[in-house]
Design a protein around this ligand. Structure first.
Ligand SMILES: C[S@@+](CC[C@H](N)C(=O)[O-])C[C@H]1O[C@@H](n2cnc3c(N)ncnc32)[C@H](O)[C@@H]1O
Length: 385
């Protein structure tokens, strides 16, 4: 998901990396065993070793773990950092750890399965009395005037220079969560602290909260900005507030249209994030009222409505649907059935090319497909059976 430039940007973000370094310095005691979930290109293990860790378990599911291995060797800590390739949720460690560190956030901590990963690692790997970085994320929200962000998603569907009605795309665009940046001057109300993720105690990866904000100046509200302030360890904090130069950006919960607001108006938002499969469905219901109570505007939005679905897709996921594999499925089933520890990829490719000559020009082309499936479904080195 991340490419090398993304990892480079994270490292180059001095505020972020510097705050994690200070947190590790404060949390790691000489001789500690540290776990880094999602080590990426392996910067946190270097700090952990510098601050006295005797051993670091560094877990990473992306192939960039190879860069992390080389980096550990280049810095002379290859004996102290033990790399585990794969998802932390499938890996067993030989010991409990004194410190867990991770930065798995997107714009918000509800990002892919990161909360599940942290909760799982804390339960299975953290020693009694162990420390966790981050300790907490506070979630903030404010209505914002963001014509820059709003224009970018509305304009193609609402005003195009070619004289066509392209409005069919607007509902999808309006139900999408975008990434900031949002500037501090774009806020229309004082930010509201609407939720917190307590990594020391959290047992659920879901979010359900309500925010109520009072508009402080007249303007046009385009939606809601939401962001985190992290307590990494004790008094070491990291703020991703609008205007902060951090690389995460803020999440922008769009409104389908701009709403004229005046000082004293109230914006009420019910927000939830439900983990569905590997990612979150965000839902936000917003109501704008005048100070005396009249409802000016009300929107009910969800990223569920931001994903296009054709009728045949709807049918394919219905619980009553009795599925029948298409040829793509038959091909993959044949390949997977041969991956039982007895056949080489070349042998499987030969079977595939012979069975489906109309799909594969020869064994070399079949091998590319077989190799792709092998990469996707291989047992990771640290994965238990
Ligand atoms: C935001 S990057 C941070 C990388 C690194 N810690 C840094 O600060 O430069 C998050 C990394 O965590 C990895 N990751 C996320 N969840 C994971 C999990 N459960 N197990 C292993 N790796 C995971 C991703 O592949 C990604 O490389």
């Amino acid at each position: 998901v991340y490419n090398i430039d993304d990892y480079g940007d994270m490292i180059a973000d001095r505020q972020r990396t510097g705050a994690f370094a200070r947190a590790l310095e404060a949390a790691v005691r000489p001789g500690d065993v540290v776990l880094d979930i999602g080590t990426g290109t392996g910067i946190f293990p270097l700090f952990a070793c510098r601050f006295g860790a005797s051993r670091v378990h560094a877990i990473e599911s992306a192939p960039h773990i190879q860069v992390a291995r080389e980096t550990a060797a280049a810095n002379g800590v290859q004996e102290r950092v033990i790399f585990h390739e794969g998802s932390s949720r499938r890996i067993e460690l030989p010991e409990r750890v004194d410190v867990i560190v991770s930065d798995l956030r997107g714009q918000l901590p509800m990002f892919r399965q990161s909360l599940l990963a942290i909760i799982d690692a804390r339960r299975r790997f953290l020693a009694p009395g162990g420390r966790i970085i981050a300790e907490r994320d506070d979630l903030w929200m404010a209505p914002v005037e963001a014509p820059n962000l709003a224009k970018a998603f509305r304009q193609p569907w609402c005003e195009n220079p070619w004289g066509f009605d392209l409005s069919a795309g607007l509902p999808l665009a309006a139900n999408t969560v975008a990434r900031g940046p949002v500037g501090a001057q774009q806020l229309l109300a004082a930010p509201m602290l609407y939720a917190a993720v307590d990594y020391v105690r959290a047992e659920t990866a879901e979010l359900q909260a309500r925010a109520q904000m009072r508009i402080e100046r007249d303007g046009e509200a385009d939606g809601l900005a939401t962001w985190f302030d992290a307590v990494l360890f004790e008094d070491i904090v990291l703020s991703n507030a609008p205007g902060a130069p951090l690389s995460y950006g803020q999440a922008f919960l769009r409104w389908p249209k701009a709403v004229k607001v005046t000082a004293g108006d109230i914006v009420e938002v019910d927000v939830r994030a439900d983990l569905v499969g590997t990612d979150y469905v965000w839902s936000w219901q917003s109501t704008v009222r005048r100070a005396q109570g009249t409802v000016v505007e009300s929107f009910r939005q969800s990223t569920f409505l931001g994903e296009p679905m054709t009728p045949s897709m709807m049918q394919a996921i219905s619980s009553r649907h009795v599925p029948d594999l298409g040829e793509d499925g038959d091909v993959d089933r044949l390949v997977l059935e041969h991956m039982r520890g007895r056949n080489s990829l070349g042998q499987i490719a030969a079977v595939l090319a012979a069975r489906y000559p109309h799909r594969f020009a020869g064994e070399a082309e079949a091998l590319r497909h077989v190799a792709e499936l092998s990469l996707r479904y291989r047992r990771m080195p640290g994965e238990s059976r």
